[in-house]
Design a protein around this ligand. Structure first.
Ligand code: PA5
Length: 480
């Protein structure tokens, strides 16, 4: 149950966006965004804001209002409250938007992979959590090896209810449960999260009486973290989902105005758009200086890539647009990627994710008096070193003419995470408008899905299978 939080606490937990190092005043004319260019987008912003608001009010864009769906919160809390005590393991079957959100929540707020290594008490009396998103048979077998069926709850998460990867895993699990536990126990170990009406999973869930939660029709997979796709796993991880939604609602309050100077989502989108269009910087690196937030960068990678990578504009013209999102981890990737970011092509913008206050403090002991190049570290702390390295990297990038902005969360908790995730969703929707494309569809992904159905012999997809076969090389000319 959610702890009450004062307005003062909420203000203190407010996320900050610092974009000084994007601007020409700091970065210089050649590499920075001019204040005039940013001002030049004001009118466009007003128009786009109006369109998005109309989409929201008309019920076409559903993600905006998810923080206020109290009925869903109550239903999830009721189910999760019991399930947490019943199961030792939860295995989530789902991919893309049906997995990356819960993964990010687990890693940020529930201890990630480390939580699974702790014993029941050590992980706060909550189940271990496994994500079976990929279908590599070696990994899936390993996960099933950990998850003793009698003590395991399987969440089958798919909006379409037809995705071959998730549904194949479902069939394997369904069969295993029946063989190992008997037919009448199957439903107790399965929960479906899917569309209210459409798709094969809906059909199976209704027929077999599975507990199920609904993904609203007007919310796309990658925008679904505040639906049961994210909330149900979060509640099963012991995360305070009311605080998560309160954070999202707080960010909704900040992004309801279209002023480019006060709306962090709009200004971030506008800067990335301008950096791309005026300076050819079409790669954005989300550089997380927090292990907890690293998977948020991964979640964002999908949100940004699938939403903005489009062939056609809204008027049907070929535009082939999109910014390539990359995720990086500070400081680890300073020893791997930073050389490229600093001296390679001028094609990147970096979005640093910073945390003001970590959960732990780790002082560095003062040892080795006679060795000054080791002794200087003593008396500081790991968190101090971590912050110093981030600031040093930000500044070094500025010196090298590389633009960056920094999103700072005061600490990693459900309230701040809710703000961050919601902000990135609004940013993505607005960026879609700037590029004049539809950020809510994914025709490129659909084609691959259809081809897979054809190859796997699904009825109605014979033609794509035949087309594929006809395009295959007749001889091994280019194969060695
Ligand atoms: O954002 C999207 O729509 C996609 O990434 C989907 O989430 C992904 O393809 C999985 O689809 P589904 O939830 O229908 O199984």
């Amino acid at each position: 149950m959610s702890r009450w939080r004062s307005k003062r606490w909420q203000r203190r937990m407010s996320l900050k966006l610092d974009f000084n190092y994007m601007m020409s005043e700091f970065l210089g004319e050649a590499n920075g965004i001019s204040a005039d260019d940013l001002r030049g987008l004001r009118e466009v912003a007003v128009k786009l804001h109006q369109e998005l608001s109309e989409g929201r009010a008309g019920g076409n864009i559903g993600f905006y209002d998810l923080p206020y769906d109290q009925d869903t919160v109550e239903a999830i809390e009721k189910f999760a409250g019991k399930a947490i005590k019943q199961y030792e393991n939860v295995v989530l079957l789902g991919i893309g938007g049906s997995s990356l959100g819960p993964r990010a929540l687990h890693s940020a707020l529930a201890g990630g992979q480390w939580a699974n290594m702790a014993d029941y008490k050590g992980r706060g009396k909550i189940p271990r959590f496994f994500f079976a998103d990929n279908i590599d048979p070696d990994t899936f077998a390993r996960i099933l090896g950990f998850a003793e069926p009698r003590k395991t709850l399987f969440l089958v998460v798919t909006k379409s209810g037809t995705t071959a990867e998730t549904m194949s895993q479902f069939l394997i699990v369904r069969d295993m449960l029946e063989r190992k536990l008997g037919k009448n126990k199957v439903a107790k170990h399965l929960v479906a999260v899917t569309d209210a009406q459409n798709g094969r999973l809906r059909n199976v869930a209704d027929r077999e009486g599975l507990t199920n939660f609904i993904i609203p029709a007007n919310v796309g997979g990658r925008f679904s973290i505040f639906t049961p796709v994210g909330l149900l796993p979060a509640a099963l991880m012991g995360i305070d989902i009311r605080q998560l939604l309160a954070g999202a609602a707080a960010m909704d309050g900040r992004t309801k105005e279209c002023d480019l100077h006060t709306n962090p989502a709009y200004v971030a989108a506008a800067l990335l758009f301008l950096a791309d269009r005026t300076h050819g910087r079409n790669i954005d690196v989300m550089f997380s200086y927090s292990d907890a937030l690293f998977e948020v960068a991964d979640w964002f990678r999908q949100l940004w890539a699938e939403s903005l990578g489009k062939k056609h504009s809204l008027s049907g013209k070929d535009v082939f647009c999109g910014l390539t999102p990359v995720s990086a981890l500070g400081v680890t990737d300073q020893h791997s990627q930073t050389q490229l970011y600093m001296e390679g092509p001028f094609d990147k913008v970096t979005i640093f994710l910073a945390v003001e206050q970590f959960g732990q403090s780790m002082p560095i002991p003062t040892l080795y008096d006679g060795l000054p190049d080791l002794h200087y570290l003593g008396g500081h702390s790991l968190e101090e070193l971590f912050q110093a390295e981030r600031k040093a990297t930000e500044y070094a990038m500025l010196q090298a003419g590389r633009p960056s902005m920094t999103i700072t969360v005061p600490e990693v908790n459900p309230f701040t995470l809710g703000q961050l995730l919601y902000m990135l969703e609004v940013q993505t929707a607005f960026a879609g408008g700037l590029y004049n494309i539809n950020p809510f569809d994914q025709p490129g992904v659909e084609l691959g899905k259809k081809l897979t159905y054809g190859m796997m012999g699904r009825q109605g997809f014979e033609q794509v299978r035949e087309d594929y076969a006809n395009r295959q090389p007749k001889q091994d000319k280019y194969e060695i």
